[in-house]
Design a protein around this ligand. Sequence first.
Ligand code: 4AD
Length: 577
Amino acid sequence: MSTDELASKTAQICLDGNFLFVDETTGSDETGCGTKCTPYQTPVAAVALIISMPEEKQATFKIAVKKAGEAEYVEITASALKKARKSHEIAAKKAKKQAEQSSKDKEQNEAKEAEEQRRLEESKKVVLVEDASLAVAQQIRIQDSVKNRNTRVKVFGWVHRQRVQGKDMMFIVLRDGTGYLQCVLTDRLCHTYDGLTLTVESAIAVYGEIKEVPAGKTAPDGHELVVDYWHVVGKAPGGDDSFTNRVNEESDPSLLLQQRHLVIRGDRASSILKIRARVMRAFRDHFDGNGYFEVTPPCMVQTEVEGGSTLFEFKYYDEKAYLTQSSQLYLETCLPSMGAVYTLSESYRAEKSNTRRHLSEYTHCEAEIPFISFNDLLDTIEAMVKGVVNRVWDEPATRAMITQLNPGFKPYTEPFVRMRYEEAIKWLNDNGIKRAEDGKDFEFGDDIPEAPERKMTDTINKPILLTHFPGPIKAFYMPATKEDPRVTESVDLLMPNVGEVVGGSMRIWDHDQLLAAFQRQGLNPDVYYWYLDQRKYGTCPHGGFGLGIERFIAWITNSHTVRECCLYPRFVGRCQP
Ligand code: 4AD
């Protein structure tokens, strides 16, 4: 306390005689100053103030205490004063020790920092030069590292992980997108400025020979690059802005979405994106190998396919237009031109609800096939799912990533369960699953919501081709069956842990029936003239389906949400990065 503060306190105290006041109930050691209006809470604080005064003054002060529940101040007893003095002494000793320790720590830290600074300055003098007497290093990608063991190579990549062992050894796990490579740096290689300040996610180039690791040691692919020369290509920041400060495993999901451009560098996200690439290729290979042609329909459209409520509208010059919900109608027009066709295009749905399986923009794999029956359609969907899974499963690298993410996954060999909508309603009622809105049994005609559908699929725990939905809960283009006009030739493929992955149907192929369907739906047939023409110029029975790529990936990788299964997810409230 400064002399001025002390003087002012003493002046206030003098107003109340030579007493310092302690009120156990209303006082405060932090904000109090010992006067009657602002008393201390404990006698220790009063003792501390007395001891801070000049010695000749100390004896002139007494302490008055108002105990909890008492109305009056009473002079402190000798034993309480002794106790307070003792407590003060202990506290003062502790504070002194702490102050000494922190000054020692400060000194040590300063010395450490100075040493660090000296080492850094020193390190700037260490300049690495590639040894010209060594063989010329061939640039390789990590995926080719096994076949390039024991020859001198050069590898570019990003520091995925880094471990410093003493002053003379450093291990780096390098990542280049094609794989991971452990690199070991020793002696002078670790002593450069870049060596001392290396950070994860820096881009570097390493030169040396890839050697098998000795028995008992582990490293990706069982080998490591023994580095003889290296340099930094693009350094990542350290400190507050370091990569691991921007994103880490504990980060909140919304922060991870905001930082998705960094998250995709991680093991899990990059594996899912690589699996996705292989899955997309497998779909293409499957269709191409089965006589389909790929087409690329427009995304900007003026018609709806799956109901007006999820249309994204935008101004197309001076007209109203939408982002496509499905390419189906365009695929149908391609049948007489190319026969069976497919597309892997984006579809858009203004889904207002925040669920783990809905996106506003998703990749839609759609196919359309002429001259087939409804049963052919079901067989086609089943064969496609099995065929695509087999293709990705047959690639060792993709299989390894799937197994890592979803250890229990195996391709299905058994036939998928085929179940009619009406049987599903019965299943729900037999299993005591009720309608959420009124707690009653489901009835024929009800739309089966996501939760009960998931419950049924997860309980049956097999892929289910759920068929024959009632017309009113399905899209306008689905034809009624001949034997029961209440239901349509429609199908959803339900997968355990995800739910609906495919939606498909036969299409009304009679011109007048389709016109009537437009009218029932309140759609203006004029804007669908091109779609109706397909029924006019050589119509034929046909059917098709759409599969959500993100849901398919979520199923294979056992991901909790489809948001993890695309590059930059779009859903209500998020349109960046
Ligand atoms: O069942 P849907 O709405 O069917 C159609 O769009 C048909 N026109 C397709 C066709 O027959 N060519 O959607 C088909 C699939 C769903 O099963 C689901 O996998 C996916 O598309 N899907 C979504 N995926 C992510 N987010 C959304 N909002 C989705 N909406 C549908």
